[in-house]
Structure formats: C-alpha cells, structure tokens
Design a protein around this ligand. Structure first.
Ligand SMILES: [Zn+2]
Length: 284
C-alpha cells in the first residue's frame, strides 16, 4: 500500500500565529518573521509527519512519499525525517500540495491541516492564501482539504486521515466523509490562538490515527462531477478583473469568479492558474 502524505504546517500542534510558520526569507512588511520561531515549529511539523509515517508503516504501508505542502514547500527537515520515506520539497510543482499523486498512490494522509477561509475560532484558517475569502464547489464551501481531495479523486484515490485543529478535522470529515480518521492536536480559540495538546501526546494521537487509517483501508475517492461549478470569492474586485483574462472564467459577483471543470485534474490546473493571475492584481 503506497501512501502520499500532504504535510501542511498551520495545523501543527503548538502553532497559533503566522510568525510560527513564516520562513524568514519570505518576510514582508505586514508579515513579520522570526528565525527562531520558524525553526522551532518546522521541527515540530517534522515530528508530526514522522508520527504519521510510523503509524502508516505499522498499519501496513509499504511505501510512503512525503510532499511538503506549506507555503514555499521546503519546511520539513530532511535529515530528521523517517529514513524509510522519500521527500518532495520545493515550489512550482504542477500539483502543489498534492505533488506525488499518480495512479500508483493508494491513499492520502493530511498532516498539519487547517480550517477553510472564514472559519471563526480556527487558528490561521485560510484557503490557499490570505486574500481568498471562500471557495465553493457547486455552492458548497470547501478548503484545501477539498481541493486536494478532488485532485486525488481524479487519480482514483482518497484521503484516509487528517491531523490538524478541531475544525480542520471536522470540516474534512463533513466534506469527505467520516470514514476519514481524525487526529485533533489543538482546539481553536480565535484566529490566532488555540489550546494545544503536548506535542508528544499529539504525535501519539497521529500515529494511532495513521495506523488505524491504513489498516482499515477505507478509501473513498472524492470525484468531481463533470460540469462542477467552482466559485472563488476574493478580497477585492480587482482580483476578478485579472482572473477574467483566463478563458472560461466569468464574474458572477463584484468579488466572485466562476468557472466549470469536468474533473480534479482540470480543477488543479484552472485553480492554480486563476490563483496566480489573481495574485498579481493588488501589486500594480
Ligand atoms: Zn494550508
């Protein structure tokens, strides 16, 4: 059984502020960074991924690929990773948070996941970046957990485990089904606060969930229906002005773009393109 782990960072136990997850070289005026804070939390992120790896191998995994899925996607400390895995790092990957996906992957595990944009009382809740206010599939709000599951679904596989804050786990299970094993490592209080387990306890929980998820083999691919409408709400109307340059994109609200896709692969490509184009709008 071959597993792909998509490892995000904001949902890691102990993380409650952007400064915990912001690499110092990508600091900006409105997002300060701290070398010591980032180094501390990337180590905890790596430990959680190792916890998931341990559980997955115990549950019967035969091969594991870990894909770094946070920001510029070079956060995990490679020489501290479990020696049995291979590790994908770096940005500009076609599948982003789902790089490594192909027909040979049997199941997906999420670690460090966070709630979707706009979620109240969920630390660092967002979808993709901080200017997206909502993403909907046929009118239903989703987050990175849904977008990534749709990409996996195109390749015939599904998510079996999610680790993150309480609302990240609940939203993932609501959206994709409660066959997914959840590991709640912290409970959100506000957008920048949470009550956390001790990291050692969190890692134990993740190992247990991963083992159960892999041994249970309850894999339900999430496949997008042909003609699924994707809507994206942005923070500013100018983002939609730019998105309209992409063929197939329509404005359906002052700050809302819409396009349709026929499967998860089309979603991947269109969504990434529209996000890139929308990202330029406020910089000019
Ligand atoms: Zn994320």
């Amino acid at each position: 059984m071959k597993i792909l782990i998509s490892a995000d960072m904001e949902g890691t136990c102990g993380v409650s502020s952007w400064v915990h997850v912001q690499a110092p070289e990508v600091t900006s005026a409105n997002q300060p960074a701290s070398v010591s804070e980032y180094e501390r939390f990337r180590r905890l992120m790596t430990a959680e991924v190792n916890a998931a790896i341990r559980g997955a191998f115990r549950g019967g995994a035969t091969e594991i690929i870990v894909n770094d899925s946070h920001d510029f996607q070079r956060n995990l400390i490679i020489n501290e990773l479990d020696t049995r895995v291979t590790y994908i790092s770096g940005a500009d990957k076609r599948f982003g948070m789902m790089q490594g996906i192909d027909q040979d992957i049997d199941a997906i595990m999420y670690t460090g996941y966070h709630a979707r944009a706009g979620t109240v009382g969920a630390p660092l809740a967002h979808t993709w970046n901080t200017w997206v206010h909502d993403v909907r599939f046929n009118g239903v709000s989703t987050g990175e957990f849904g977008i990534n599951a749709a990409i996996a679904g195109h390749f015939g596989t599904g998510v079996i485990m999610v680790a993150g804050d309480d609302q990240a786990v609940a939203q993932t299970q609501d959206f994709l089904g409660d066959q997914i094993k959840g590991a709640v490592v912290k409970w959100g209080i506000s957008s920048t606060s949470a009550r956390h387990l001790h990291p050692v306890a969190a890692e134990g929980l993740i190992t247990g969930a991963a083992e159960e998820a892999v041994s249970g083999r309850h894999i339900v691919p999430y496949r997008l229906a042909a003609g699924t409408e994707i809507q994206i709400d942005a923070d500013h109307q100018s983002r939609i002005d730019q998105m309209l340059l992409v063929p197939g994109v329509q404005r359906v609200g002052n700050r809302t773009a819409s396009f349709t896709v026929n499967n998860g692969l089309e979603l991947n490509d269109m969504f990434r393109l529209v996000m890139k184009v929308g990202g330029f709008a406020m910089n000019t």
